[in-house]
Design a binder for this molecule. Structure first.
Ligand SMILES: Nc1nc2c(ncn2[C@@H]2O[C@H](COP(=O)(O)OP(=O)(O)OP(=O)(O)O)[C@@H](O)[C@H]2O)c(=O)[nH]1
Length: 257
């Protein structure tokens, strides 16, 4: 789902300790041109309908929980954050829901989502612990991501949201852990409604994984195991230039003698 309106939080918007449902207006974004050069972490949040994708993003970025959202049109949120003492530009892409096809193998997945998957460096796969069908979407969803990025490291976390609704639980925590391990990621059980710390910890963990995968946050991007060529070290080039200079001056002085 998508946030509505314009500007900062709307009057009457309440934090998680308040009651009632409120519409949230967009989190102010800073222009993409203002990104920290070479330190951009791009994350996409994916999952079935109604699992709390937007609620998790909003919780992470604003510490608030707001109950009602407009239908998702794929909002992109940008923030500067400090990770391990370093400033990075964080971009988080919200997405429309995906759904299992009738054969439960393939996915209904809009083209817009495919583009987001291709664009992203890290993946938040979300299901609701109160909805087993949303959990069953995760494996095919991960396979879909793999098809778009067939090789290479895929930084991923699995979030079982709505952990405040324990009585309605349909997915035991150990199923979440097993699935996350099979995807090569970590499982976080979280409640966008009731707990900021859990959500914050999950997103930060993924950011750190992305920075590691990108090579220490130096902005080099790996795509499908393809390593972009590093520019030659300026120091080496300078050394070679000086070496050539010394050689030619030696040749000159040898010829003048
Ligand atoms: N109890 C509870 N409700 C939640 C939680 N997170 C989200 N919700 C509610 O679940 C509903 C769906 O939340 P959204 O964030 O819109 O979910 P979404 O995955 O973006 O939904 P789609 O637009 O269908 O893709 C809303 O009514 C939220 O208030 C949670 O942690 N606990």
């Amino acid at each position: 789902m998508r946030l509505t309106g314009g500007g900062d939080l709307a009057p009457g918007t309440m934090n998680s300790s308040g009651s009632g449902n409120f519409l949230l207006v967009p989190i102010p974004e800073y222009p993409l041109l203002d990104c920290v050069p070479n330190k951009t972490v791009k994350i996409v949040v994916l999952g079935a309908s109604n699992v709390g994708k937007t609620a998790l993003i909003v919780r992470f970025l604003t510490k608030r929980f707001i109950g009602d959202y407009e239908a998702n049109t794929g909002a992109l949120y940008s923030r500067k954050v400090t990770l391990d003492g370093e400033e990075v530009s964080l971009q988080i892409q919200d997405t429309p829901c995906v759904a299992l096809q009738d054969d439960a193998e393939g996915l209904y997945c809009q083209e817009q989502i495919n583009r987001s998957i291709y664009w992203a460096d890290g993946y938040v796969l979300v299901f609701s612990i109160t909805d087993h069908s949303s959990y069953r979407t995760i494996q095919p969803l991960y396979q879909h991501v793999r098809r778009i990025h067939p090789s290479g490291n895929i930084p991923v976390i699995l979030v079982g949201n709505k952990s405040d609704l324990l009585r309605a639980r349909q997915v035991p925590a150990d199923e979440g852990e097993t699935l996350a391990a099979s995807l090569g990621g970590v499982y976080f059980e979280a409640s966008a409604r009731e707990n900021h710390e859990g959500v914050h910890g999950a997103f930060l963990h993924l950011c750190q994984e992305v920075i590691r995968a990108l090579g220490g946050g130096n902005g080099e991007k790996r795509r499908g195991g393809l390593h972009l060529a590093r520019p030659k070290s300026p120091n080496m080039q300078e050394l070679k230039r000086r070496f050539r200079q010394v050689l030619s001056s030696k040749v000159k002085s040898a010829t003048t003698i």
